[in-house]
Ligand binder design. Structure first.
Ligand code: ACO
Length: 427
């Protein structure tokens, strides 16, 4: 390989820029940006801890951004020795973590000059230049004109999974994507990785107009198309700080209209008992705790009513607990069902723009995404039986619309059998 890697001055320049990028992430000295590296310099809106304003008031301490300590880079097959070594490392990582993906396909995409990869790198000098230097990576193909990118592979080294690197990878890529003018990520997620992508803001509902990606990206069997919108003014590596700043702002606004931080009541003594107030005296036994709380000086003045407090009593909590239990049981059933290979035709609503006569034949359409939304909403399904009815309607709709020899019909038969095994008590 070394004979292929002839270093032109242009290549040397790009390698140098890449090295600069890594060094920059370790120190906060002056930076040299390069098209192949992620700009780590941000027009941060946060002053640093020691900053004081003109009136010598100390400004709030802003925590360091943990992303500043991660070494990362964008790698592309530009022929440079360093990038080729990293691409080999990425290829090995993807091949190991995505064993079902054909190896030649991984090699083709990772080394394809239209694809780029973001790699998070270990700081351990022992690993420098080796496969283990790469903690995780995402290989993607930007479609600049259509302002979206398709994520082809995403993986974290087995030793480092479930430590937050997957989230960091995605957040760094989102921050970088903004600099490339990308509005959306599209990916085909493995069934097992759907949960991870959901946590990174991906949804199965595709809002990007189809005309933007139609004909550009391939369809994969057994994978779910997911999308993530990237807001250009959000720095995804600073979400906690952004939320804290918003919270502080809201609290500040509340303080302008609320007296809660201005009127301070004396502490209740150890032997405090409620006055024989009308509220307390008229309370039934069940309402006693709430009525007792209402008698605490300041509660009434702060705008609380007995009903508010009753809502947090044991009975209300028990009913919430039951609802939550049912919700998670139903969600578990639907997600398990979604994971079955034969449920691919049922995962999203039938596209009635494409299947024009569908609604003439099927009067009550239903699909797994709709069912999941209903469960998430909370009050739709009051029992497992109700969920079973909807799932079976999906089977019946599919059998009614499709020919018995079609793969769709076969999937409906498999799903029906599967549902029988999931709900034995309802047979
Ligand atoms: N299913 C459900 N949730 C998950 C999964 C999963 N497979 N993996 C991680 N999560 C959750 C974590 O619990 C965590 O949740 P929390 O924020 O509530 O704590 C959150 O996602 C982020 O977890 P991280 O620790 O940041 O994720 P990690 O570093 O483990 O990376 C990844 C996730 C990339 C999926 C990794 O596990 C991996 O490499 N797996 C094998 C390869 C793979 O499946 N890649 C995706 C294939 S699809 C594609 O490439 C387009």
């Amino acid at each position: 390989m070394s004979t292929d890697i002839r270093k032109s001055s242009k290549k040397r320049k790009s390698e140098q820029a890449d090295q600069d990028s890594e060094t920059d992430q370790k120190s906060s000295s002056s930076r040299n940006s390069s098209s192949s590296t992620i700009p780590t310099e941000k027009p941060t809106p946060f002053p640093n801890a020691s900053t004081t304003d003109k009136n010598s008031r100390t400004l709030p301490i802003i925590p360091e951004n943990p992303y500043d300590h991660i070494r990362h880079c964008i790698v592309q097959n530009d022929g440079t020795h360093e990038n080729l070594i990293r691409l080999i490392g990425l290829k090995s990582l993807f091949a190991k973590q995505l064993p079902k993906m054909p190896k030649d396909y991984i090699v083709r995409l990772v080394f394809d000059r239209r694809h780029k990869s973001l790699a998070v790198l270990s700081d351990d000098a022992l690993h420098k230049g080796g496969d283990d230097e790469i903690i995780g990576g995402i290989c993607y193909r930007p479609y600049e004109e259509m302002r979206f990118a398709e994520i082809a592979f995403c993986a974290v080294n087995g030793m480092h999974q479930v430590k937050g690197y997957g989230t960091k990878l995605m957040n760094l890529l989102k921050r970088h994507a903004v600099t490339e003018g990308i509005d959306y990520f599209i990916t085909y997620a493995d069934n097992y990785a759907i949960g991870y992508f959901k946590k990174q803001g991906f949804t199965k509902v595709i809002t990007m107009p189809k005309s933007r990606y139609h004909g550009l990206i391939k369809d994969y069997d057994g994978a779910n198309m997911m999308e993530c919108y990237i807001h250009p003014s959000i720095d995804y590596t600073r979400i906690p700080e952004m939320v804290a700043a918003q919270r502080a702002f809201i609290l500040q606004q509340i303080r302008t209209v609320s007296k809660s931080d201005k009127v301070v009541y004396p502490p209740l003594g150890n032997n405090w008992k409620p006055d024989d107030s009308a509220t307390y005296a008229s309370s039934s036994r069940g309402n006693e705790a709430a009525a007792r709380a209402m008698a605490i000086p300041g509660i009434l003045e702060a705008g609380w009513a007995l009903q508010d407090l009753l809502a947090s009593t044991k009975a209300a909590k028990d009913s919430d607990r039951k609802k939550n239990h049912l919700k998670s049981e139903l969600l578990g059933i639907v997600r398990k069902t979604e994971d079955q290979q034969f449920t691919w035709p049922f995962r999203e609503p039938v596209d009635t723009a494409e299947v024009k006569d569908y609604l003439e034949i099927i009067k009550d359409p239903i699909d797994l995404a709709t069912i999941e939304k209903r469960i998430e909403k909370g009050d739709w399904y009051k029992s497992k039986q109700m969920l079973y009815t909807d799932l079976m309607r999906m089977v019946e709709n599919c059998k009614m619309y499709n020919d018995q020899t079609s793969p769709y019909y076969e999937c409906a038969v498999s799903l029906e059998k599967y549902l029988d095994s999931l709900f034995p008590e309802l047979q």
